[in-house]
Design a protein around this ligand. Structure first.
Ligand SMILES: [Ca+2]
Length: 139
């Protein structure tokens, strides 16, 4: 027991006697949800849960927006593909022979590129769908 007394250092400052305190206007003030001036472990863990939930929701929102963006891009590409022959038709109707020739020259490259883009879109869709499906099964 004498060993214990040798190593034990009683708290010196008044602050240490009173326990840990937050500075006035601390950014962690909001963690004290019941306003009793004490941030308990449960208040801490609840704040952490809320933060994680909000983060998850924000990620889902972002994912949603990204999917919408990709979908509208795929539609735009498909419409471009559908309307491409009509631009050739229109330029030849308006006797813009050079323009229609140039557009026709670009066509092979354009169609391959768009087909690749659309294929990548459907591939990515199928891949992410299969991933979420297996996730659901695991649950
Ligand atoms: Ca509290």
């Amino acid at each position: 027991m004498s060993d214990y007394k040798e190593y034990y250092q009683p708290p010196q400052k008044e602050e240490e006697m009173a326990g840990k305190r937050l500075e006035p206007g601390s950014v962690w003030d909001h963690l004290d949800t019941d306003g009793d001036g004490v941030i308990t472990d449960s208040e801490m863990s609840r704040a952490k849960e809320i933060a994680e939930f909000e983060h998850r929701r924000k990620m889902q929102d972002n994912e949603d927006k990204k999917e919408d963006q990709i979908r509208s891009m795929a539609w735009f590409a498909l419409w471009g593909m559908l309307l491409y022959p009509f631009t050739i038709l229109a330029t030849s109707i308006f006797k813009l022979d050079q323009a229609s020739q140039l557009i026709a020259d670009i066509a092979p490259t354009y169609f391959v590129a768009i087909a690749g883009l659309v294929a990548a879109f459907f591939g990515a869709q199928a891949y992410s769908k299969s991933k979420t499906d297996t996730k659901d099964v695991k649950k």
